[in-house]
Design a protein around this ligand. Structure first.
Ligand SMILES: [Zn+2]
Ligand SMILES: [Zn+2]
Length: 576
């Protein structure tokens, strides 16, 4: 069990203690333990009980609880409180902005036991009878519930990719490589997946169903299935699976239709001086042996499934220069990473050594800036200390190089977080918004543009601040932001954390067209975080991103030249 998970359960326990109005001293003891443990970067799972007891603010009881969690994933006290709390009330504890005391009121005064009746109480206004809950909170709860409802049954691409491919291999093993394939949202590398889809070529659906039902890792839902469509889920999960069966002569057309977005399929072929029907109708009325044959018949280069979204591909095909899209192995370095100087799990040296060992040429470290105190943002003296360590490591690890950076908060008025003499000391600056997220589109766009116009800003971090399936980002005028980045020579990050994927792929081509470079940044808070860059590459490929427009596909020397040039512009313009 990792520290994060241990902390999560401790935090849940505190909420339950408060919900049940337990002893305040006990609550405070847990809170101060959590506060200390949050700053602690060594794996708790490796410590003995006596070592745990010696940690600041961790007494005998909490040390025992941690030890219990490490061995069996939970602890007695938590189990006790969970057993006397309705599951719906436990769910309510995760609503942001509403504390356990108010939840207690909702539960005990109104008798609300699950989210559905909570929604009802918000709609009819009875919720405001609970002490401390006014109309504003009533609205926020409704917003939370609506978002939760919309996220139901959906998964992050990163949680599905591996298992979906594994199942594809199994199906190909049974039905033959040419007769079974992964299609749908996963093949298109969509950021969110609702259903994992496959197509199988077969003549006898009863036989095919029998073979599918023999597979231990699939569970059929007979009620949802129909004669040619097997529906069910991945065993012991909520992940929906759909397997469609077609005759061999329809197979390739169906594979194509199921591996492309609506906008792509509705493209009229007259654009290519072909008969004036949609691509979808064309596929429906013709037979092909393989997808490759379809492209040959249309006289198109092969458009990868993830790029079949009607965003850039047809224009590229028509112009006769379909881009060579970015691939994982094109990336030469990694920007936007955190270390233990702020809220990362691993030290600067660990982050750098691992980056080098993975074969990259450089690392851009950018811990949080001082305003982000929830993430232990760096004060001026921390920065000096970190930069000194970077200088030492750069000698030790040469020719590998660490670039000195910061993820500067964009303050309310759009300015960066430090004075100019500090800003000057960085090789690069990622500018991001982390606080005061409630803004209308004009306010958010103006705030971002002010930061983009700051000559010290190298990259724009996670442009909308969204967290997929959890929180909508603040609204921004993407076109204006991208144009401002073009005008000011600012790189836009594709934050590759699979929960963010921000810049959204729907805007990648616009940026490329405007000449804005994109950087695939993992926003890694631990060494393993680097592996997330793959999801950023998926986003880039969906939007038509070529290697030439990807900042971290540049070599070390090219990056050095780029960053120096950006700085010399400041010197020459005599910026204040
Ligand atoms: Zn950030
Ligand atoms: Zn970050």
């Amino acid at each position: 069990m990792e520290n994060q998970e241990i902390l999560k359960l401790l935090k849940l326990n505190v909420k339950l203690l408060e919900l049940h109005d337990e002893n305040q001293f006990k609550v405070r003891a847990y809170q101060s333990a959590i506060f200390s443990l949050d700053k602690y970067n060594i794996a708790l799972k490796g410590l003995s009980i006596s070592a745990l007891e010696k940690l600041p603010n961790v007494g005998k009881g909490i040390a025992a609880a941690i030890n219990e969690m490490v061995t069996r994933g939970t602890f007695q006290e938590l189990e006790k409180f969970l057993s006397i709390t309705p599951p719906g009330v436990v769910e309510m504890l995760s609503i942001k902005g509403i504390g356990p005391k108010k939840i207690r009121g909702i539960w005990q005064d109104l008798g609300v036991l699950e989210l559905e009746s909570l929604k009802q109480a918000c709609v009819d206004g009875t919720i405001t009878k609970v002490k401390g809950i006014g109309e504003k909170l009533q609205e926020e709860i409704l917003e939370f519930l609506a978002f939760k409802e919309a996220s139901k049954g959906k998964s992050f691409y990163s949680d599905i990719e591996e298992i979906a491919i594994k199942i594809e291999k199994e199906l190909q093993h049974i039905f033959g490589n040419e007769n079974a394939i992964l299609v749908g949202e996963v093949r298109r590398m969509m950021e969110i997946v609702e259903t994992v889809q496959y197509i199988v070529a077969a003549n006898n659906e009863i036989e095919t169903f029998a073979k599918l039902n023999n597979l231990l890792f699939l569970e059929q839902d007979e009620k949802l299935s129909s004669p040619f469509v097997w529906r069910g889920s991945i065993a012991s999960s909520q992940i929906k699976v759909e397997i469609k069966i077609y005759n061999a002569d329809k197979y390739a057309s169906q594979v194509y239709s199921h591996s492309a977005g609506k906008k792509h399929l509705s493209q009229n072929l007259s654009y290519f001086e072909l008969p004036a029907i949609s691509l979808f109708s064309y596929l429906k009325s013709n037979s092909f042996a393989t997808e490759k044959d379809i492209f040959e018949a249309l006289n198109w280069p092969q458009i990868p499934p993830e790029s079949r979204e009607g965003m850039f591909e047809f224009e590229a095909v028509k112009s006769g220069s379909f881009p060579i899209l970015l691939q994982d192995q094109d990336l030469k370095g990694i920007f936007h990473n955190h270390s233990t100087y702020s809220d990362g799990e691993h030290t600067l040296e660990e982050m750098a050594t691992y980056c080098r060992d993975l074969g990259y040429e450089y690392l851009g470290i950018s811990d949080h800036s001082k305003t982000a105190n929830y993430a232990r943002g760096l004060y001026e003296n921390d920065i000096a200390k970190q930069q000194k360590e970077i200088d030492e490591l750069n000698i030790k690890l040469a020719p590998f190089k660490i670039f000195k950076g910061i993820e500067s908060d964009i303050l309310g008025d759009g300015s960066l977080d430090y004075e100019e003499n500090v800003l000057k000391s960085f090789d690069f600056i990622v500018a991001s918004i982390h606080a005061n997220l409630k803004m209308d589109i004009d306010k958010a766009t103006t705030r971002l543009i002010k930061a983009i116009e700051n000559p010290y800003t190298t990259m724009l971090g996670h442009p909308t601040g969204r967290l997929l399936l959890r929180r909508q980002g603040y609204p921004i005028n993407h076109a204006k932001i991208i144009e401002a980045c073009a005008a000011n020579g600012v790189i836009v990050e594709i934050n590759a954390n699979p929960w963010r994927l921000d810049l959204d792929w729907r805007w990648v081509n616009y940026a490329v067209k405007k000449g804005v470079m994109l950087s695939i940044n993992p926003d890694a808070h631990e060494m393993a975080g680097y592996l997330d860059m793959h999801y950023g590459v998926c986003v880039g490929r969906k939007g038509g991103l070529p290697k030439e427009m990807t900042f971290n596909a540049l070599s070390l020397i090219e990056v050095e030249v780029y960053l120096k040039a950006k700085r010399s512009v400041i010197a020459n313009s005599g910026a204040h």
